[in-house]
Design a protein around this ligand. Structure first.
Ligand code: CMX
Length: 438
């Protein structure tokens, strides 16, 4: 073993146990208007951000500019003969705060179509990576490769006035949104479909074109799924890891490519967006452990207990803010009831929903035993043949771009400040406690 590693194990871990004990014992210590426990538990509940695009209620779920998911599905414009509203309209709503007309929604799509050409060097950068590179890593690197196109970075270098920052942020955000589906589809086809690529179809809406470039465009239901998927994953107020990262990195006036690539590295964490692949992995492992087929509810219950006893989380369940079933889970469940009610994997997801909340709820420390958005999405994709679950978080990322890039435009319009919270050491806290005791 390395000497320094031995030292850390010997001194560091002993000290870490001591500090953890100290933090627990002093959880109720007041730091301004909040407690030490709020800081230690990831700043949950501390209001520290202004985000205009959406607001999350613990009981009710997300509202985009005041509209719940069912209200969005009713009020956002859609194409004739389809049921799912278009993400183009949601983008308009998040950016302006106004519900778009059909024409206003349509203009956003045409605007993106005009901007959709991805520079050749971006594909070459992706191609230079080993094929085994995780799709999220490929995605993040591809976004970085596109940074050569940043109009914000170019304008800043020329000395643009700060009142115009939003303009260049807007241009970068629009170009990114126009190009991300093509980049994501390229990664998918390169990694899983022998590098055989499908050219974009400019006549299709943004989500349907993504479905088409992935290779699933012949199914109208899959196009509908993509419209739904892109709408419900778009935003979840400002404090989640991907939104907060975009804001934090952007607060240093890093351009939208730098900020969004960083956000995708956060989305790639298993406690955040990667949970969507982990859910399917977890269900498939459960099936494999039982020799295939549909597990009974008792077998699911045993597997949940096994997962927890092994010190792992049950993916797709729990949330930092929500305290009820995620309405994004319900929206996907309703989609499945309409399009694929007899699908085996979908039915397993529903059986997990029947048993998991009771078990998870029996653990006092788990604050939310209900499913989140990631619990359902993979099963819908598998139904259409998109089984390569390592790719799922990239799809989440394409959608999440809608919300976080809109917020970045707002950050610049509002001239929000560099983010720089204060941190303290445990010794600082101890000294404060001693000083208060005197
Ligand atoms: N399975 C097992 N244990 C869970 C759990 C789950 N699904 N959810 C929470 N817990 C545990 C936590 O790991 C934590 O344990 P320790 O104190 O030993 O560290 C304890 O319960 C308290 O956690 P919490 O306050 O209820 O939840 P957090 O706000 O800390 O974390 C989340 C929220 C989502 C990370 C957590 O519920 C989790 O790990 N869920 C599974 C992963 C997942 O689905 N993530 C996707 C979230 C949605 C998204 O961002 O896409």
């Amino acid at each position: 073993m390395d000497i320094i590693k031995e030292k850390f194990e010997e001194i560091g871990l002993t000290k870490a146990a001591e500090i953890k004990e100290f933090l627990k014992a002093n959880a109720e210590m007041q730091l301004g208007s909040y407690t030490l426990d709020s800081v230690v538990s990831g700043m949950k509940g501390i209001i520290g951000l202004i985000t205009e695009t959406s607001l999350l209620d613990a009981e009710e779920g997300i509202r985009f500019r005041g509209y719940s998911i069912p209200e969005l599905r009713e009020k956002l414009p859609r194409l004739e003969g389809t049921e799912e509203p278009l993400p183009e309209g949601l983008f308009y709503l998040m950016l302006t705060g106004k519900m778009p007309t059909y024409d206003e929604m349509y203009e956003v799509g045409s605007n993106w179509t005009k901007r959709a050409v991805v520079p050749k060097h971006v594909f070459e950068t992706i191609d230079a990576l080993p094929i085994s590179t995780h799709p999220m890593t490929q995605f993040s690197i591809a976004i970085m490769a596109m940074q050569t196109e940043s109009e914000f970075a170019a304008a800043y270098r020329k000395g643009v006035n700060k009142k115009d920052y939003w303009l260049y942020t807007f241009e970068d955000a629009m170009n990114l949104l126009a190009r991300l589906p093509r980049v994501a589809a390229y990664i998918y086809r390169r990694t899983y479909k022998n590098n055989v690529h499908i050219e974009p179809n400019p006549k299709l809406d943004w989500a349907a074109n993504f479905a088409h470039m992935l290779g699933y465009g012949e199914s109208e239901s899959f196009k509908e799924l993509m419209r739904l998927y892109m709408v419900i994953h778009a935003d979840h107020e400002g404090g989640n890891v991907s939104a907060h990262t975009t804001h934090l990195v952007g607060s240093a006036l890093s351009d939208p490519y730098l900020a969004f690539s960083a956000a995708m590295n956060g989305l790639a964490g298993p406690l955040h967006g990667l949970a969507n692949q982990e859910v399917i992995r977890w269900v498939l492992e459960l099936q494999e452990a039982l020799g295939g087929g549909k597990p009974s509810k008792q077998q699911i219950e045993d597997y949940i207990n096994k997962t927890i006893n092994e010190g792992k989380v049950v993916p797709g369940y729990g949330h930092a803010v929500l305290r009820k079933t995620d309405p994004r889970f319900i929206a996907q469940m309703n989609f499945a009831k309409k399009h694929m009610p007899n699908d085996e994997l979908v039915n397993i997801v529903w059986d997990v929903y029947d048993v998991a909340p009771n078990i998870l709820g029996s653990f006092k420390k788990i604050k939310n035993p209900w499913p989140n958005v990631d619990a359902h999405s993979g099963a819908l994709l598998v139904h259409f043949g998109l089984k390569e679950y390592d790719f799922y978080t990239v799809m989440f990322g394409v959608s999440r771009a809608l919300g976080v890039l809109t917020s970045l435009i707002w950050d610049r319009a509002l001239g929000l400040a560099l983010e720089r919270p204060k941190s303290v050491t445990s010794d600082w806290l101890k000294n404060k406690i001693s000083a208060q005791a005197k």
